[in-house]
Write a new protein. Structure first.
Length: 166
C-alpha cells in the first residue's frame, strides 16, 4: 500500500513540535539548520537524537565533526529559525544571535531556552535522513519564556493552560 506523500505531509503538519537549531563546527567552519525532528533517547546516560537530511549542508559537517548542539528556541527566536531554515547559508546564519561553545566546540545559542552539547555516538540510516544519536556532554538552560512551536506550516508560541479546578 502506497501512502500519498502530500497526505502524509498534511497529517504531519498537525503534530505540533518544538523548534530547534542544530549546529556544528569543524575546522573553523560552522553550519546549522532549523529542525523539529529531535527527541530524547535516554536519561541514563543523557542521550538525544536528531534527524538531518543528507542533502543539507550541515549533514556532512556533523559527520566530520562528530558533534552537534541542539538549541531549543523561544518565541522571540522565530526570525532566527527562519534564518536557519533557508534565509541565509553557511557562516552568514551565525551573524545574528549570540553564539558560544560548551564542551565539544559545537555552536551554542546563548539565549536558547536550553542548549544540549552532544558527541555523536551512533548514526542510523533514515532513508533520506541520517539519525544522529548523541551523548549529551553539557547542558545550559535559560527557562522562563514561551517555547517556539511549529504546526500547520507556521510558528506559534506555547500557551500555558490554567488547569486548576475550582
Amino acid at each position: 500500500m502506497t501512502i500519498d506523500r502530500e497526505l502524509f505531509k498534511a497529517g504531519m503538519r498537525q503534530l505540533a513540535s518544538g523548534v530547534t537549531i542544530i549546529a556544528t563546527q569543524h575546522d573553523g567552519e560552522r553550519r546549522g539548520l532549523t529542525a523539529t525532528a529531535v527527541c530524547s533517547v535516554s536519561t541514563d546516560p543523557p542521550t538525544l537524537l536528531c534527524c538531518v537530511n543528507r542533502q543539507s549542508k550541515p549533514h556532512d559537517l556533523i559527520e566530520a565533526a562528530g558533534c552537534f548542539s541542539i538549541n531549543v528556541l523561544a518565541v522571540e527566536d522565530a526570525a532566527l529559525a527562519n534564518r536557519f531554515s533557508g534565509g541565509e547559508t553557511g557562516e552568514a546564519r551565525f551573524e545574528v544571535g549570540s553564539w558560544g561553545t560548551l564542551v565539544t566546540g559545537a555552536p551554542i545559542l546563548e539565549t536558547a531556552l536550553a542548549s544540549f552539547d552532544c558527541a555523536v555516538t551512533e548514526t542510523l540510516d533514515g532513508i533520506t535522513h541520517t539519525v544522529f544519536i548523541g551523548r549529551v556532554r553539557a547542558v545550559a538552560t535559560r527557562p522562563g519564556r514561551p517555547a517556539l512551536l511549529y504546526a500547520e506550516g507556521d510558528y506559534a508560541g506555547l500557551a500555558r493552560l490554567n488547569t486548576e479546578t475550582g
